[in-house]
Design a protein around this ligand. Structure first.
Ligand code: AMP
Length: 402
């Protein structure tokens, strides 16, 4: 069974074609600068010796041209992965926001389209792009089932005490203002992978997933279900991130905006794009640069690194309380998977939990790795996230045999 996974951003489209009988990738790539000058497709055939990356610089005024180009490349006689589009059995789409409408992935129909439209107010940058991807695929691949996999769905199991904000009641009942949480596909994937990897029963497991990438969030997972997570109504909340502020005193919006002469909307943009590690260091959000600056003794870089790791450790403490204990803590995504420095610094706060880090395993972690010592009271792991595989698995489960 071949599943095409599509992830549409506002000006980009990432794709992967997966053979779900073997869970292997046949081709992947991305279209960038859609709707702009210099748009191009990068197509990578996978698993065929000698097959080289194909780069096509061609105008893509909208996502429609981008999807068409991806489909043409996948069926190209020279470097394509399938002979015809008939060999693509289903398409899985990453979608940002479904509010409270869906607790799991769903096969797309007109109701689903309407629900994604209704949630544009919560995800004004992502939901319209996600929707375009779905509509274009429906048009170009009639009859092929499309599945929507929502970033918010996994967190719909959170209890009210975890998702309500202390606002006037109508904020929630009339406007839908509540904690939704994001990175759900990653948190779901990791919570299942870690149970498998450790040989534990997922129905009797307390896991804290630290998804530390440019966007970062932490999730408390009890028996396979999200019970709390650090992002909120939008992905701006929670940990300090690459360019996002994370949690701040809400009164700062008025005060900082006034000082800088910004409107509310401009201030929120500043909190999303010019804050976090980028804002604190005065120009970088890349953790490789951050570590380098830290080692060189640059004070702003030291402050930013200390703040980030302290923040992660504080959330782990909070979620250990929420779970009433923790069996395993997992580091994943760009920073979580690749920065032994960050992992060690975070774990240095966790002695009270009986965490004992195996420094050598931490330094050498690759793929799924246990980085705590055998006598550690909590198992610490590094597990690479794979949101595309999770999307493809959900898509297969919902469409196989249709
Ligand atoms: P993601 O959003 O998951 O792609 O993660 C992006 C983040 O991972 C960026 O902040 C990168 O700097 C960080 N990252 C990637 N590789 C490394 C590495 N080798 N060491 C430290 N951070 C890394």
């Amino acid at each position: 069974m071949n599943v095409l996974v599509i992830n549409c951003g506002s000006s980009s489209l990432k794709f992967q074609l997966m053979d779900m009988n073997t869970e292997t990738i046949s081709a992947k790539g991305l279209c960038e600068r859609i709707g702009d000058k210099g748009s191009r497709l990068v197509y990578k055939p996978v698993g065929r010796p000698g097959a080289e990356e194909v780069v096509k610089e061609t105008p893509m005024p909208t996502h429609k041209e981008a999807v068409q180009l991806v489909l043409d490349s996948l069926t190209n006689p020279e470097y394509g992965a399938v002979k015809s589009l008939d060999e693509i059995d289903a398409v899985g789409h990453r979608v940002l926001h479904a509010a409270e409408k869906y607790v799991d992935s769903v096969v797309v129909d007109d109701d689903v389209i309407k629900a994604i439209e209704d949630c544009i107010k919560f995800g004004p940058l992502h939901n319209p792009a996600n929707l375009t991807g779905i509509n274009v695929c429906r048009e170009l691949m009639p009859g092929v089932p499309q599945v929507a996999v929502f970033d918010t769905a996994f967190h719909q199991t959170m209890p009210k005490k975890a998702f309500l904000y202390g606002l006037p009641k109508k904020a929630y009942t009339e406007y839908g203002i509540r904690r939704y949480g994001f990175h759900g596909t990653s948190h779901k994937f990791i919570s299942r992978e870690v149970a498998k990897f450790l040989g534990r029963d997922i129905n009797n497991l307390k896991t804290i997933v630290c998804h530390l990438g440019n966007g970062a969030s932490i999730c408390a997972v009890e028996n396979g279900k999200s019970i709390d997570t650090s992002m909120g109504l939008t992905p701006l909340a929670g940990l300090v991130m690459g360019t996002r502020s994370g949690d701040i005193d809400p009164a700062i919006v008025e005060y900082y905006g006034k000082e800088e002469g910004l409107t509310v909307s401009e201030t929120i943009t500043a909190l999303n794009k010019q804050s976090g590690i980028y804002g604190l260091t005065g120009g970088t959000s890349d953790f490789r640069d951050l570590e380098e600056g830290y080692m060189e003794g640059k004070q702003d870089f030291i402050d930013a690194m200390e703040l980030f790791c302290y923040d992660v450790a504080k959330y782990i403490g909070a979620y250990t309380a929420a779970l009433n204990g923790v069996d395993d803590i997992v580091f994943t995504a760009g920073i979580g998977e690749h920065s032994p420095f960050v992992r060690e610094k975070v774990c240095s706060y966790l002695g009270y939990l009986g965490v004992s880090l195996d420094k050598e395993a931490n330094e050498n972690a690759k793929d799924n790795t246990i980085i705590s010592t055998p006598d550690s009271k909590v198992t610490i792991c590094v597990i690479p996230t794979n949101e595309e595989l999770m999307i493809a698995r959900d898509t297969k489960e919902l469409t196989e045999g249709r």
